[in-house]
Ligand binder design. Structure first.
Ligand SMILES: [Zn+2]
Length: 162
């Protein structure tokens, strides 16, 4: 197979490609693609672009998204439940979500004994720490790269099966 771009295809050649088995076509397309694109390089670009890509919450691009954790707790008499969730967010959406989580903790955290009284200040403090955590605005964190890899492979799996 030649790796130059051709514009002089004959009808017979096109007919031969059209009539060739599907797997042959897939193989030829993949080979051709690899001659012109480094498959690994493309993935690295995509991983880096997630840092400057759109925030999944507000959709604004170039706002240096990161993986952020949110800490919540609610209690009722003897029952207390506390959770940590993480999402990819831009700094603005991240701060809003941490603030929302603190309000949630302050409203619903205290009403259980003894863990409500222990976990409510702890979770509020964790949200505060997360809000003011220093983040590198240029390089994606390991958590973000990991999240991006999971998303990439999910996308790829979706494309194959769908
Ligand atoms: Zn956002």
């Amino acid at each position: 197979m030649t790796d130059t771009v051709r514009h002089d295809w004959t009808r017979a050649e096109i007919r031969a490609i059209h009539d060739s088995p599907l797997l042959d076509l897939v193989y030829r397309a993949a080979t051709m693609h690899r001659q012109h694109h480094d498959a690994r390089e493309m993935q690295v670009c995509k991983l880096i672009s997630i840092k400057t890509g759109a925030c999944p919450k507000c959709g604004i691009s170039g706002s240096s998204v990161e993986v952020r954790n949110y800490y919540q707790v609610w209690s009722f008499i003897v029952m207390t439940k506390w959770t940590t969730r993480s999402h990819i967010r831009c700094p603005s959406c991240g701060r809003k979500a941490n603030l929302g989580s603190m309000v949630f903790c302050a409203a619903f955290g205290w009403w259980g004994f003894p863990w409500g009284l222990v976990m409510t200040p702890a979770q509020i403090l964790s949200n505060l720490t997360e809000m003011f955590k220093r983040r590198d605005s240029e390089t994606p964190s390991d958590e973000l790269l990991q999240a991006a890899r999971i998303r990439l492979s999910a996308e790829r799996a979706g494309r194959v099966s769908g």
